[in-house]
Ligand binder design. Structure first.
Ligand SMILES: Cc1cc2nc3c(=O)[nH]c(=O)nc-3n(C[C@H](O)[C@H](O)[C@H](O)COP(=O)(O)O)c2cc1C
Ligand code: SF4
Length: 372
């Protein structure tokens, strides 16, 4: 089966085409972003479960870019030793691990640069919290771009196999791409090229920090699915440019966190034809972008995964929620039990992370409580 073929992204050899999509695990100290030993245990168990590559949940590149509580930080060299223990443990279990990096922009939990308000491309209201954001100056954009580069340098030093820039779901880099959230009149706003500039600069900073042979990936919103948001032609254009610049892989996602049922983690995936809900977008990226395409969003059964590869709609298969419920899903499939992932896509797992209990499957927890 093609899903189980060994493959390679730059120097990173992967034992199959399955990827654990970045998942905010909520297993870091809330004040410092320092990871907790439980994160090492969780991701080591996942590596032992057979997935080819783990993308660890989004880590904030600067303190004013933190998106959520208990989120991993990568803004300071002091955070490297614990992260090195994580990568060593995953490698010991036969796995590969990347880290996703993010700045939350207008979605940040705190103020920007010592001020009160979060900042982003333009002074618009955060569509979720209704907090008014401040417009970043060009110098502040340069600072954040440099923060992405410094974070990538730390990631390489900590022994991760790759880095992924978060350009999806309504965080800063995807805010710049959105005509609705980015109303700037300078070189960072307006045309497609200008709305991509912050992404191009962040990519260049990352590449500059890690060198030409290290795998650099992005996760991008193909479409935002809200009025005035990122459209498919924008995202394909920006990803194609990044591929020309040397990008090693693009993970195709979609939906912003305020897009309701069109958000990134959709519910009610009960039939094979409800799976892979960004399939069409994956196909558009395969046609327009000269870089391997990682598809995420509702992949639940081995047949659908194989079909995506066979039809040329994806080169890699990324899953998030199924691995929360079944960390050994890939070994199960490889061992001949091809029944679909047990995850019912209910999104119950968000609550535990928000409450500080760390990521776990709410359905499994409930069954455990009623059993015991
Ligand atoms: C609890 C939880 C945390 C998530 N954290 C992240 C994250 O840190 N970065 C990211 O890009 N996407 C994140 N996502 C979105 C997933 O990676 C994925 O894109 C989405 O859930 C669709 O894939 P799935 O159907 O396999 O779950 C998260 C989703 C969930 C449920
Ligand atoms: S709570 Fe469990 S079943 Fe529900 S989406 Fe999360 S992992 Fe899947």
């Amino acid at each position: 089966m093609r899903s189980f073929e060994g493959t390679r992204i730059k120097d990173m050899a992967l034992k199959n085409r399955f990827i654990r999509s970045a998942t905010w695990e909520g297993l870091a100290d809330d004040r410092t972003g320092r990871i907790l030993p439980r994160l090492i245990d969780l991701l080591t168990e996942l590596a032992a479960g057979g997935v080819g590559l783990i993308v660890a949940g989004y880590a904030y590149v600067s303190e004013d870019g933190k998106a959520n509580p208990y989120q991993t930080g990568i803004y300071d060299d002091d955070l490297i030793p614990d992260l090195s223990r994580l990568t060593a443990s995953v490698h010991q279990a036969g796995g590969r691990i990347a880290l996703q990096i993010v700045h939350a922009g207008i979605m940040a939990t705190g103020g920007f640069d010592g001020g009160e308000a979060p900042a982003g491309p333009s002074p618009v209201e955060n569509p979720r919290s209704k907090v008014m954001a401040r417009e970043m100056t060009a110098a502040e954009i340069t600072r954040v771009v440099d923060d992405f580069g410094a974070a990538a340098g730390r990631i390489k030093k900590a022994g991760f196999d790759a880095v992924q820039l978060h350009v999806a779901h309504g965080y800063l880099l995807s805010q710049f791409m959105s005509p609705f959230l980015n109303r700037r009149g300078d070189r960072y706003g307006g045309s497609r090229e200008n709305r991509g500039r912050a992404v191009f600069e962040a990519y260049e900073a990352v590449r500059g920090a890690v060198g030409p042979n290290y795998p650099v990936m992005i996760k991008i919103n193909a479409e935002d699915f809200v009025e005035g948001g990122v459209a498919l032609e924008d995202s394909v254009f920006i990803a194609a440019r990044l591929a020309e610049m040397g990008l090693d892989a693009v993970e195709v996602s979609g939906g912003v966190l305020w897009a309701g049922r069109m958000g990134p983690s959709r519910t009610k995936i009960n039939e094979p034809d409800q799976e892979a809900y960004f399939r069409a977008q994956g196909e558009a990226f395969k046609a327009g972008v000269k870089a391997p395409v990682i598809l995420v969003g509702g992949l639940r059964s081995l047949d659908v995964n194989e079909d995506l590869l066979a039809r040329g709609q994806a080169d890699y298969l990324a899953l998030c929620r199924p691995f929360i419920r079944e960390p050994d899903l890939i070994n199960r499939w490889a061992g001949g039990d091809a029944s679909p992932a047990a995850c019912i896509s209910c999104n119950g797992c968000f609550k535990g992370v928000m409450d500080g209990r760390g990521i776990s499957c709410a359905v499994t927890e409930k069954a455990r409580t009623s059993d015991g």
